[in-house]
Design a protein around this ligand. Sequence first.
Ligand code: PLP
Length: 390
Amino acid sequence: MSRRPTGWHFLQLPGPTNVPRRVLDAMAQPTVDHRGPGFPELTREVLDGLRWVFGTRHGVVVYPGSGHGGWEAALVNTLSPGDRVLMFETGQFGLGWTEVARRFGLDVEVIPGDWRRGADPSVLEERLSADREHAIRAVAVVHNETSTGAVSRVPDLRAALDRAGHPALLLVDAVSSLACLEYRHDDWGVDVTVSASQKGLMLPPGLAFNAMGPRALDASRGASLPRAHWDWTPMLERTEDGYFPYTPATNLLFGLKEALTMLRAEGLDDVVRRHRRHGDATRAAVQVWGLEVQCARHDEQSDVLTAVRLPDGHDADRFRALVRERFNLTLGSGLGKLKGRVFRIGHLGHFNDLMLLGTLGGVESGLALAGVPCRRGGVQAAMESLESSL
Ligand code: PLP
């Protein structure tokens, strides 16, 4: 049989995600003058929409850039050389952020982890309580660790900071949780939230975001790490009038406006519920297959993606290559030390029940064709899970 791909390509990475036709069409408009009279209306609309998604009444900035830029912006705007930052090894992205912090000469303290759970609030409380001089200036955590599918419980981490009576800033990476999982920047007492366009916001890669609360803004006045492109101040000043200090990614902003319209029409609670249903159904399938989910704590398993461990002796990258070739289905690879050990099913963004069932069908058939020892019936279990929560 010919292996030339026909029909839909299933892009089931945990980002970049499928981009809705409406968003693609919105971006396929002639680029406009970003210094022209019509631009402020677009800026205001996207900033209002972003504030709503982040759950904040305060400042939000939009950069042309990727999540890495958002990480860098959060650090350089709030910290000074040599400042101590407490970070968590939740997985590859937790470690990635520590690497950026190190390169800026921050004094990075990493709480080690086994890549099978989120950041532990009791460990945070203990460490902060021991820091009587308040040498730790910031705690940085990844909300949804995309390399493992483990969620850190941000409200519990905030409570740990409060119980320890510690003034460190709380910096949260919501790159793969925003517009997927419940997220409340203000209510949860987060000081800086980092995010990007290519996940729950259903856009192509290319935009990075920071949301910052009043304590973070205060900190930015005294912070002395070098900053230019990522400096919040000109961004906040210029966008107040609806303009940007440098050329924005205009057509991505057209797409963002459309994506925000779609999210508003669905409602954030329903967006979260939709992701939960798809997370539950995927886990039901994995359980029937008899395979193991990478995140070992049930209450921290992500509704954004599921990282599935393959038994010893089975290479997850070979399996991924097989499903790509046979079924035109792209799954996420294992990152860092999980390379070849796990594959990741993205179930986020522009997605529905049948897209999930198609994806799981490809995975189940692929497992059989790859000779991975597992039971059939995972797709059936996912169907039943979805039917039970219609
Ligand atoms: N943080 C998380 C949780 C991510 O999933 C990613 C990318 O997937 C990043 C940060 C880095 O973002 P980018 O690749 O857009 O720089």
